[in-house]
Design a protein around this ligand. Structure first.
Ligand code: 13P
Length: 337
């Protein structure tokens, strides 16, 4: 498959991406919430549960993996990338090395991982990775952010994206404006717009082919601790306004992160946006908003695997419906029935 074909398949109508690429440190927090020890065997059992859920490929076009998982085998002995490919699900790989404080503007994060990335891409391609992810993190402090931090992150995203395409791997370009603060929705809209403007300028200056990327942005939402929490229609309207201003129509698709939104709100927001005619595909690339209930249902117990898989498939189906604007409260109740 060419880059453009892979990118289009990732955002095919009614399909989205499962982000299961939590680093060993992040999955520790998720496992701790269900009182399960963070061992390689438990991480393998949990990912196995998600990736063997029968029929997942109806809703999920690709799965983002952490390096350990890309190199790991499923419980039946099949390497995870092959297990996914055999179902028609594209395996992807998180390639950034996480965030550090940006020297010169140390309240703000910069994502690291460019050194040696060309060589790592060659290895990931051999292991079967068809797409990659790099997450840049933009923080809002006192209602605004640092232009230096936006620019350093946009530059790194474009360098990563160019290296990814060079290796024949589709880059997911993820600039995440965090929602875990007290800022207004207006501040989120302003900072997201400034970020996307710089990201697309850097992608252009570094000759990244827009037909062969997927953008993974945040939605425009109120800061988690802000007193005014905007409703679903307002989130949809502001998010579409910013994206239409800054994302060229050559980009095949946009797959949102959930960023700390509840499962049902993340679905409802996506659904509201997909009721409009759009220049690009608009779908999900959720981590927490696809996994939260399934993780709780599992609780680390083998006897709960079937129920956890049913819970995951329900969430994936709801988001698939949201990808065509057909999600409803009635559909949401299906799981209980
Ligand atoms: P969340 O949907 O939990 O924000 O995770 C998506 C992701 O991949 C963040 O990098």
């Amino acid at each position: 498959m060419t880059l453009d074909e892979i990118a289009r398949a990732m955002v095919a109508k009614g399909k989205g991406i499962l982000a299961a690429d939590e680093s060993t440190g992040t999955i520790a927090k998720r496992l701790e919430s269900i009182k399960v020890e963070n061992t390689e065997a438990n991480r393998q059992a949990y990912r196995d549960l998600l990736f063997t859920a029968a029929g997942g490929a109806k809703y999920v076009s690709g799965v983002i993996l952490y390096e350990e998982t890309l190199k790991q085998k499923a419980l039946n002995g099949t390497p995870f990338p092959k297990l996914l490919q055999d179902q028609g699900i594209l395996p992807g790989i998180k390639v950034d090395k996480g965030v550090k404080p940006l020297a010169g503007a140390a309240d703000y994060p910069i994502t690291e991982g460019l050194d040696g990335l060309r060589e790592r891409f060659a290895e990931y391609a051999k292991l079967g990775a068809k797409f990659a992810k790099w997450r840049a993190v933009i923080k809002i402090i006192n209602g605004t952010t640092s232009d230096a931090a936006i620019h350093a992150n946009a530059h790194a995203l474009a360098r990563y994206a160019a290296l990814s395409q060079e290796a024949g791997i589709v880059p997911i370009v993820e600039p995440e404006v965090l929602m875990d603060s007290d800022h207004s929705i207006e501040a989120c809209e302003d900072v997201t717009g400034r970020t996307l403007r710089d990201v697309f300028a850097e992608l252009a200056s570094q000759n990244v082919r827009l037909e062969g990327i997927v953008l993974k942005p945040n939605m425009i939402v109120s800061g988690e601790k802000n007193a005014r929490q905007a409703g679903i229609e307002e989130v949809a309207e502001r998010t579409l306004r910013v994206l239409k201003r800054h994302v060229p129509a050559a980009v095949p698709g946009i797959a949102f992160l959930s960023g700390g939104q509840s499962e049902e709100l993340a679905t409802a927001h996506l659904n509201a946006m997909n009721r409009n005619p759009l220049p690009w595909g608009l779908t999900f690339s959720y981590g927490r908003a696809l996994q939260h209930s399934a993780l709780q249902a599992w609780g680390g117990k083998t006897e709960n695997v079937a129920r956890a898989q049913k819970t995951y498939l329900h969430r994936a189906k709801m988001n698939s419906l949201a990808g065509t604007g057909q999600y409803s409260a009635a559909a949401e109740k299906e799981l209980a029935a």
